[in-house]
Design a protein around this ligand. Structure first.
Ligand SMILES: [Zn+2]
Length: 214
């Protein structure tokens, strides 16, 4: 569903020509993540076994946490590292690890114990070196799709036409202008909270299902 979504997006936006068909990173994952969401919802409807349903739902929750919260914590690490470089001069490996651990502790709280060895794990993310400032786009894309899906369930009339128009526009306009045509305003915190509350409902649903299975 994911890669097919990219294919559909590229196919629809071909009319924009080679210079404007590709999207900026922020909307690049829209069609692929939206496609995943449609398949996920369909599979949820088709499954009967409550345990299988719960497993599928928890998989989706895991993915969403990794895409939204984990990437935001990486974005905060990246910000902290560049700020420290400006204020403190050249940074040592140990200093990078300290900044990394601060953000990772904020993310995980007391849910897991982070060992000292985990301090060096910032080094396995290629983006920090090769594409600085990238990681926030994962969280952006996921929340955008959650909000779009919310819009689809609440106001299904004419949604597909507007959605196809959004994809066909490719990268010809700013993301905020394209999404505005869907009746959504990405400059408002409400818009992002929409995505977060639909995620919250997934977690509540999983908790409820787990109670019933017991
Ligand atoms: Zn993708």
């Amino acid at each position: 569903a994911h890669e097919l979504g990219h294919g559909v997006h590229q196919y629809l936006s071909r009319q924009q020509g080679v210079l404007q068909s590709s999207t900026p990173l922020t909307t690049a994952e829209t069609a692929s993540v939206f496609g995943e969401m449609l398949v996920f919802q369909k599979l949820m409807k088709e499954l009967d076994d409550p345990k299988e349903k719960l497993a599928l739902l928890i998989g989706k929750i895991d993915d969403t946490i990794a895409t939204v919260f984990r990437q935001i914590s990486m974005n905060r690490f990246e910000h902290a590292m560049h700020t420290a470089r400006r204020e403190e001069g050249e940074l040592t490996t140990e200093r990078f690890s300290e900044l990394w651990m601060e953000q990772q502790k904020a993310l995980y709280g007391d849910s897991v114990s982070l060992t000292d060895e985990y301090g060096i794990w910032w080094s396995y993310i290629p983006h920090f070196l090769h594409t600085p400032g990238y990681v926030y786009a994962y969280a952006f894309g996921e929340l955008l799709v959650l909000a779009l899906y919310e819009e689809y369930t609440q106001r299904p009339d004419g949604f597909s036409d507007r959605y196809l128009e959004l994809l066909s526009a490719g990268g010809s306009e700013w993301p905020q202008d394209l999404v505005a045509k869907m009746g959504l305003d990405i400059t408002q915190p409400d818009f992002w909270n929409k995505g977060l509350s639909s995620f919250e409902r997934m977690v509540e649903e999983a908790e409820e299902m787990a109670r019933v299975i017991k």
